[in-house]
Design a protein around this ligand. Structure first.
Ligand code: HEM
Length: 452
């Protein structure tokens, strides 16, 4: 697969898309402003005016084909013949900071890193992470303000940064290293989405580049020591991971992989938990249902085996990610000319899969705008109407490696918070929603917790 690898990576994007219907948008900005403001309306507009495939342009001048439908998700993510590159789909956006991450690798290179690190995401490892993350979440939740309204975002962000420094990197969350790691990580996120991606001294982009170098250095300086350590965190496991030939991963692979893992895990889970809190605050019945589930387990702390008992929590998690998938669109680039659903896609063409739109298509979902977790129950199984109509974690070779980790994190959080507090969101409060970099209430979500 990807035999012409060195060649396709050197080629420029195909910009000749004029034989597709669509609209590039404004000079320089393309369609970015409407996309950032409301991707659903933009995609709906394109779908109605131009059909399931249409051309558009983005802020960097990048031209792309917007693809709206499960058949495109399937053909491109499953990618039976190796026709699509993930690395080239994300290079323009993520390449500056996350070179060496799994999504920026294709073919055998990707397979090697993914296989070697898969054990860190298998059941035995996950079992250990439950023990590591639960006390951190419990202590943050214990310290949240009670009987007064507060903004949830900074609280959940801090909680998850601490979980990451301990579970991903094996650090003491009260130590200097954890603080430095969190600071660098936040600086990269701040510089990633910027209108000026140039290293102008002291600009967010410049700071992010400096933070990226420090983060990589941080990992690389510790690799040898960790290989001799018996810690259970993900970083230690990745340092010991071996390829099929029995070789350790290179230092660059370890640090690139770890930096990307932190990135891929953090904002996605933050946005999911923010949105779950929103829906539970707005839907008292579901909040009560989940609390009953939590009390049925009747334990202060969960063990790994208890997680699967939280089936209603899983339904709410799924419905939250249907309505607001943390990753709203996926990127790829075609390697050679190929045909999908009767459309000829030229080689080297950037493709945007609008998975958030597919999650709300009335062709696939009953009353798609309604919050209705039961649609995922076995008997209704709306997500089974097409194998690729529900793809919050992607699909195929690049399917999210942290999918089970994310659900585990959410279940532990819900267990800890619902057994202690009632969540209230003012009936008249309808926060404005932002969609980028992640979908969530743009004011950070105002909630109130009361002890039960
Ligand atoms: C609710 C939380 C999460 C969501 C919605 C999410 C979503 C996704 C999606 C859609 C992809 C596929 C991207 C593509 O094919 O273009 C992906 C890939 C990935 N995710 Fe997640 N993710 C979440 C949490 C996590 C966590 C917790 C981790 C790590 C522990 C993680 C690590 C990764 C990695 C490494 C990849 C790239 C996999 C590869 O290229 O082989 N994600 N994620």
């Amino acid at each position: 697969m990807h035999k012409a690898e060195d060649l396709y990576q050197d080629r420029k994007d195909n910009r000749i898309l004029d034989n597709f219907d669509g609209d590039y948008g404004y000079p320089l900005l393309g369609k970015t402003v409407s996309l950032v403001k409301d991707p659903y309306s933009l995609m709906q507009d394109h779908y109605q005016r131009y059909g399931p495939i249409s051309r558009m342009a983005l802020v960097t001048g990048q031209r792309t084909l917007l693809m709206l439908g499960p058949e495109f998700n399937e053909a491109i993510l499953f990618d039976r013949e190796g026709n699509f590159s993930s690395a080239m789909g994300y290079r323009a956006n993520l390449g500056h900071f996350y070179e060496g991450g799994l999504l920026l690798k294709d073919g055998d290179d990707h397979k090697k890193l993914r296989r070697a690190t898969q054990p860190a995401f298998k059941t035995d490892s996950l079992r250990g992470y439950v023990e590591m993350m639960q006390p951190i979440q419990a202590s943050h939740i214990e310290n949240m303000p009670v009987a007064t309204e507060f903004t949830f975002f900074p609280r959940i962000k801090e909680t998850l940064l601490d979980v990451a420094s301990h579970v991903f990197v094996g650090l003491n969350i009260y130590g200097k290293d954890a603080k430095r790691l969190n600071k660098n990580f936040v600086a990269i996120s701040d510089g990633l989405v910027t209108a000026l991606p140039y290293p102008i001294p002291f600009s967010p982009f410049w700071k992010a580049q400096r933070a990226r170098n420090q983060l990589r250095d941080f990992f690389e300086r510790r690799i040898n020591r960790r290989r001799k350590d018996d810690k259970q965190d993900i970083f230690t496991q990745v340092t010991k991971a071996q390829t099929e030939k029995g070789e350790f991963l290179s230092d660059g692979d370890v640090s690139g992989h770890m930096s990307f893992l932190l990135f891929a895990a953090h904002d996605t889970t933050t946005s999911t938990l923010m949105n779950m809190m929103y829906y539970l605050g707005k839907n008292r019945k579901w909040q009560e249902k989940l609390r009953e589930e939590v009390f049925t387990i009747s334990k202060d702390n969960l063990e790994y085996e208890d997680l699967n008992k939280m089936t209603n929590t899983e339904l709410v998690f799924k419905e939250t990610l249907r309505l607001n998938p943390s990753v709203m669109m996926l990127g790829r680039r075609s390697i050679k000319e190929t045909e999908i659903a009767g459309y000829k896609i030229p080689a080297d063409t950037h493709l945007t899969l609008g998975l958030c739109y597919v999650h709300r298509m009335s062709e696939w979902w009953d009353e798609p705008l309604m919050f209705d977790p039961n649609r995922f129950e076995e008997a209704r199984g709306e997500d089974k109407r097409h194998p690729y109509c529900y793809t919050p974690f992607g699909g195929g070779a690049h399917k999210c490696i942290g999918m089970h980790f994310a659900l585990m994190n959410a279940r532990i959080f819900i267990h800890q918070i619902l057994k202690k507090y009632k969540i209230t969101i003012d009936e008249n409060y309808e926060p404005k929603f932002q969609y980028f970099p992640m979908p969530m209430a743009s004011d950070g979500l105002r909630i109130r917790l009361d002890k039960i």
